[in-house]
Design a protein around this ligand. Structure first.
Ligand code: CMP
Length: 140
């Protein structure tokens, strides 16, 4: 099925000038870009985005990290984009990520892991709507 997923290029990657390198790999993997914006998240935006992790021991550090520098959020489209982007990102912990994945190549740590991708169709719908109005999506 043709799916859309939400991607975030996180502060560690933006700060290291890796935005272009990451999008180049996504385009090589045939993901189609249908929306993109750069923004510096507020604390409230980061807490709301990660609401499902509220209460976890890493939550406060996660939020502080996500607001430490700008991020680049985008919507990627392809057959099975949700699962395929998760696979292409690699494991949350870069030490466990497979060779060839974005996190193997770029991530610094479990927290500073360079990219985010929606984990299900329900998450993708919520996360895309969290950052983009329908009018900002460019079908192709
Ligand atoms: P993400 O896929 O964006 O979703 C939740 C994020 O929390 C995750 O990527 C990591 O950046 C972070 N995270 C998850 N587990 C840990 C952990 N054990 N320690 C620190 N950060 C974590």
């Amino acid at each position: 099925t043709l799916e859309r997923t939400l991607s975030i290029i996180k502060p560690d990657a933006v700060e290291r000038n890796l935005v272009g390198a990451i999008f180049a790999r996504l385009e090589q993997q045939k993901f189609r870009l249908v929306a993109i914006k750069m923004l510096h998240l507020t604390k409230e935006q980061a807490e709301g985005f990660y609401a499902e992790h509220q209460g976890k021991e890493f939550f406060a550090d996660l939020v502080n990290y996500m607001i430490s520098a700008p991020v680049v959020v985008s919507v990627l489209e392809n057959e099975n984009a949700i699962k395929n982007y998760r696979t292409f990102m690699g494991a949350t912990d870069p030490a466990a990520a497979e060779i060839g994945t974005l996190r193997y190549e770029f991530a610094l740590s479990k927290r500073q892991n360079s990219v985010h991708g929606s984990d299900s169709a329900e998450s993708a719908a919520r996360e895309i709507a969290y950052f983009f109005a329908d009018s900002e999506l460019c079908p192709r």
